[in-house]
Design a protein around this ligand. Structure first.
Ligand code: UDX
Ligand code: UDX
Length: 470
């Protein structure tokens, strides 16, 4: 049987784009994305989608109202669906057992309970959210303990590997699709049904099927490996700064070894985003629970190195500005955790901004896609700033990089937006206090050119350069 109706629970960064691409590629399937937030659903039904993702607008415009629907009628959508994707968030627990490390599965569990309560026919329930190993077992236990007579369930693990900023392309051309399921006739039949959905645009050889636990762990492992590469190159960036080696040259030389490969070797101010930290903390917690402390310590070090990198970069800024930034005007360019997204979750810019504010600096912030309100929320959080009220007087948000940099002592670059490469740095230099500093936290500007203009440039993974005029 080919599935006719799909319900996606959770209209976030993962659920929204994933369901939109399924609708695009499977015109025969009706896809409904539901969310408990009325506001979020209203945004999905408006001209300004709740998330910025290149290519997403076009996909939604093409399918919305035809075979793609965004709705708050969760009940109807669950009842009608053959396949239900769970894409609700799984934040790190901030209380109780596992606080600060374990994934909080209350939303996933809530979704499972809701399905059990509403479903009157057999369902395939798909874990899209990244979850700890053996979560599928908890979901199936909830479903089977609460099932209505005659209703059966299969739970599949189908983790999503899309990265923000390239989500649509990643969904259209994934390296692989992973489906984990029960090793039984019913389990294999459910896997087959989900395969049929993906086979509408993905070659069968790229669809991997395996046991549920392997699939769940593979997702955590993939994120841990990616983050580990960044922490590895970032650790070497400190060695480069101390020795005169250039981390880009090292990354090039290392990455040309086909066994290592060149991707994810860009040294930076540190990795951010909703997944890497959360998933590694989760992996560490699982290892501790399994009494594998050496393995837990190993992965914890990836996070520790990332914290070190963010602190090291912030400290460099302060140290270079004569060890004090009190009342200095500093332009912060880029606030998102990477380019081509408006998402600020775990963005290293938050860490840098907090440190500079704590030291008494005045910040002028510009990001092409992050809303002013979001920046204020991120920086007013009581965990971030000791005196939240004070920050309003010390932060201004700008609509252009030129305004943000005017009359400042230094520019701190936290996100690698393409438009920052194109800026007229002569014009910027002319309007800044002197000496004018640039701290390139992404190592992506033309430092030689900036030096010629007169800037003092500092960047990750390369020794300080003197100004062109001195
Ligand atoms: C997802 C995941 O589910 C997470 O595990 C993974 O690691 C990253 O991707 P994401 O899509 O980024 O998270 O989260 P978010 O943008 O916060 O979206 C989650 C949505 O689920 C929100 O719109 C929220 O309102 C909705 N939700 C949450 C529900 O509809 N019901 C709930 O009970 C909880
Ligand atoms: C990541 C995974 O890539 C994706 O497969 C998974 O589904 C979700 O988590 P995402 O967090 O959206 O995706 O973006 P990603 O491109 O992985 O970047 C994460 C962070 O690492 C960003 O802050 C980015 O700037 C940083 N990064 C990435 C580096 O610092 N250097 C690199 O070489 C690559």
């Amino acid at each position: 049987m080919t599935p006719k109706k799909i319900c996606g629970i959770g209209a976030g960064y993962v659920g929204g784009p994933t369901c939109s691409v399924i609708a695009l590629k499977c015109p025969e399937i009706q896809v409904t994305v539901v969310d408990k937030s009325k506001e979020r659903i209203a945004q999905w039904n408006s001209n300004k989608l709740p998330i910025y993702e290149p290519g997403l607008d076009e996909v939604v415009k093409k399918c919305r109202g035809k075979n793609l629907f965004f709705s708050t009628d969760i009940e109807k959508s669950i009842k009608e669906a053959d396949i239900i994707f769970i894409s609700v968030n799984t934040p790190t627990k901030n209380f109780g057992n596992g606080k600060g490390r374990a994934a909080d599965l209350k939303y996933v569990e809530g979704a499972a309970r809701m399905i059990a309560e509403l479903a009157t026919e057999n369902k395939i329930v798909v874990e899209k959210s990244t979850v700890p190993v053996r979560s599928a077992e908890s979901i199936i236990n909830i479903l089977r303990a609460n099932h209505k007579p005659g209703v059966t369930y299969q739970v599949l693990s189908n983790p999503e590997f899309l990265a923000e900023g390239t989500a649509i392309d990643d969904l259209l051309h994934p390296d692989r699709v992973l489906i984990g399921g029960e090793d039984s006739a019913e389990g294999r039949a459910a896997i087959e049904q989900l395969c049929k959905v993906y086979e509408n645009w993905i070659p069968r050889k790229n669809i991997l099927t395996m046991n549920t636990w392997s699939s769940e762990l593979s997702k955590l492992a993939a994120n841990a490996f990616l983050a580990q590469r960044i922490s590895s190159i970032n650790s070497l960036s400190a060695v480069c700064e101390a020795t005169g080696a250039d981390v880009s040259e090292v990354a090039l030389a290392v990455g040309l070894d086909s066994r290592i490969g060149s991707k994810f070797l860009q040294a930076s101010v540190g990795f951010g985003g909703s997944c890497f930290q959360k998933d590694i903390l989760n992996l560490v917690y699982i290892c501790e629970c399994l009494n594998l402390p050496e393995v837990a310590d190993y992965w914890q070090q990836v996070i520790n190195m990332n914290e070190y990198q963010k602190s090291r970069f912030s400290a460099q800024v302060i140290e270079s500005l004569f060890n004090t930034v009190t009342d200095k005007q500093i332009a912060l360019l880029g606030f998102a955790f990477k380019k081509n997204t408006g998402d600020t979750r775990e963005s290293p810019a938050i860490h840098v901004a907090k440190t500079l504010l704590d030291e008494g600096a005045k910040l002028h912030i510009y990001d092409p896609k992050v809303e002013e309100e979001q920046i204020m929320v991120d920086l007013s959080h009581s965990c971030v700033i000791a005196e939240p009220e004070m920050i309003k007087n010390r932060i201004s948000i700008h609509k252009h990089a030129y305004d943000a940099t005017k009359n400042t002592h230094a520019i701190v670059l936290c996100t690698e937006w393409d438009e920052f490469v194109e800026l007229d740095y002569r014009r910027i230099y002319a309007n800044m206090m002197k000496p004018a500093y640039i701290f390139d936290g992404r190592k992506f500007l033309d430092h030689e050119e900036l030096r010629k203009i007169g800037f003092i440039v500092r960047t990750i993974g390369k020794k300080i350069m003197k100004t062109g005029i001195s």
